[in-house]
Design a protein around this ligand. Structure first.
Ligand SMILES: *[C@@H]1O[C@H](CO)[C@@H](O)[C@H](O)[C@H]1NC(C)=O
Ligand SMILES: *[C@@H]1O[C@H](CO)[C@@H](O)[C@H](O)[C@H]1NC(C)=O
Ligand SMILES: *[C@@H]1O[C@H](CO)[C@@H](O)[C@H](O)[C@H]1NC(C)=O
Length: 193
């Protein structure tokens, strides 16, 4: 009796772990803005072995934040990559489309407000400022923001996000810099014990 329970538990763990291993994906966006802001966004997908759910999230580090970032600078995932061709010597951020919103959460003509507690129905998948807040000046010029989606269905996977870009806006909404999201090598998930 005891033995069969253990076997069953082991089988359940293997079931939960094997698709999860295949889903371990990482991507990143790293770039420096003309005003000196350094952006390092690490995007990950991680299995939760207990529930079997796959969670996607990001670990964003902003460094050398200018003191002028008082009102807060919004940042988002935009629909298309940054074109290879520069515009006026800079990345052409105006050519990255709108915010990533595959679920069509934002409806034209109606008001939009991302409620981080209810992201699936109120937030564009790319509205990361709406989810975690804007980039604001800090005493040491550093800001680190870690986010894991409470709903596995909310954020696209890291590899899907590599078809898109990260854009920083200034307080007037002007796109001041941007960078592609690129794929990182898959890190092997630990083998189930
Ligand atoms: C961004 O990615 C696209 C598509 O992969 C590529 O064509 C483009 O050159 C990249 N842009 C920059 C600025 O690296
Ligand atoms: C992610 O990419 C896969 C194939 O690479 C595709 O089948 C799937 O529809 C994409 N999902 C989203 C949310 O874009
Ligand atoms: C945002 O950038 C634009 C273009 O450089 C500039 O004209 C505008 O004054 C900036 N807004 C703020 C609040 O800094």
């Amino acid at each position: 009796m005891l033995k069969s329970t253990i076997l069953l538990a082991a089988a359940a763990l293997a079931l939960a772990a094997s698709p999860a291993q295949a889903k371990d994906e990482r991507a990143q966006a790293r770039f420096t803005c003309p005003d000196g802001l350094q952006v390092d966004v690490q995007i990950f997908q991680r299995p939760d072995l207990e529930s079997g759910n796959i969670y996607t999230g990001f670990d964003a580090t902003f460094s050398n934040i200018p003191a002028s970032y008082t009102a807060g600078h919004a940042w988002h995932v935009h629909q298309t990559p940054v074109p290879a061709a520069l515009k006026d010597g800079q990345n052409d951020c105006d050519a990255t489309g709108g915010h990533l919103d595959p679920a069509g959460v934002k409806k034209s003509g109606s008001s939009y407000k991302c409620d981080p507690k209810n992201p699936l129905s109120t937030c564009e998948a790319g509205d990361w400022a709406g989810l975690v807040g804007n980039i604001v000046a800090t005493s040491d010029g550093q800001l680190r923001i870690y986010y894991t989606s409470p709903d596995p269905a909310f954020l696209p996977t890291p590899y899907n996000l590599t078809q898109h870009s990260v854009v920083i806006h200034n307080a007037s909404g002007t796109r001041i810099c941007c960078g592609n999201i690129t794929k990182l090598p898959t890190k092997c998930a630990p083998k189930p014990k």
